[in-house]
Design a binder for this molecule. Structure first.
Ligand SMILES: [Zn+2]
Length: 273
């Protein structure tokens, strides 16, 4: 025996049954229930079939608002991956199909264009970063070149004066191939020191030029010899300019920044007398 409550629950299955939405198990169960001759369900079903039969008539009399069909179909197509082929026999086929077939590509295009936009922005940022770095490197190179040109002009300026003194510098180590020269302009006391084959100094050290006067070492200036520069010219100013006041020149390796007195071994040396 089935209670009234159970009959009501079966009643709720009428609508899905009419539209063929029951799974096989439920459908069998519902049909078995109908076999028992439930009056409520019979009435409900006959009313539903009548209403379904009237549906086309109702649709003809009350035209749905324009766009409703498209909205429903596009909603269906967005939920289903399969295109709604059932929509084919419906009138205004062209309009419906157009909206249905357009909708998925539009969302795909949107997605694709967002991805492309993001990729474009990322690559643009990389490009700009690269450009900025390159510009920075170019500016640094330009500054270096300008400094080199200025140095060369200073050297030429000293070498071109009418009266220029020259002193050869010899190395103190028999195994070394290093040598040097000091060119200087006595009046202005501008000097150029040229060194060849001096070993590149360690990072914490620097070569230093000394002027020897009355057995004393007078500080002239420091310069760097890196691996790229086997032939170094450094422009400096001497404490004295006249040859008779200068006993000679010497080059030592000192802590970076220079010393007030030579602390390292003499690398190159030259005497005027
Ligand atoms: Zn029933």
């Amino acid at each position: 025996m089935k209670t009234e409550e159970q009959r009501h629950s079966q009643l709720e299955l009428c609508i899905p049954y009419v539209f063929g939405r029951l799974n096989p198990g439920n459908r069998k169960q519902f049909e078995a229930h109908l076999e028992t001759g439930c009056e409520q369900c019979k009435r409900e079903l006959s009313e539903l079939y009548e209403a379904i039969a009237l549906l086309p008539l109702l649709l003809k009399q009350e035209a749905p608002p324009s766009g409703l069909r498209q909205r429903i179909l596009s909603r269906l197509s967005s939920k289903r991956s399969e295109p709604p082929r059932a929509a084919k026999p419906i009138p205004q086929r062209g309009v419906v199909e157009a909206s249905v077939t357009k909708a998925p590509p539009r969302s795909w295009y949107l997605y694709a264009s967002i991805v492309m936009g993001v990729l474009l922005i990322i690559s643009l940022l990389f490009f700009l970063n690269d450009q900025l770095r390159t510009t920075g490197e170019l500016e640094k190179k330009l500054t270096d070149l300008q400094a080199q040109i200025q140095e060369k002009q200073d050297i030429l300026g000293i070498l071109q004066v009418q009266k220029v003194e020259i002193l050869q510098l010899a190395n103190m180590d028999a195994g070394s191939q290093a040598f040097g020269r000091v060119f200087w302009e006595p009046e202005k006391r501008h000097a150029v020191v040229q060194v060849v084959n001096l070993i590149a100094e360690p990072a914490d050290k620097q070569y230093q030029l000394w002027l020897v006067k009355e057995k004393k070492y007078l500080r002239v200036g420091e310069f760097d010899v890196n691996k790229e520069k086997s032939n170094v010219f450094a422009v400096m100013t001497l404490p004295v300019g006249e040859r008779q006041e200068i006993e000679g020149f010497a080059i030592t390796l000192e802590p970076r920044g220079g010393s007030t007195q030579p602390s390292g071994a003499i690398q190159l040396r030259g005497a005027t007398k």
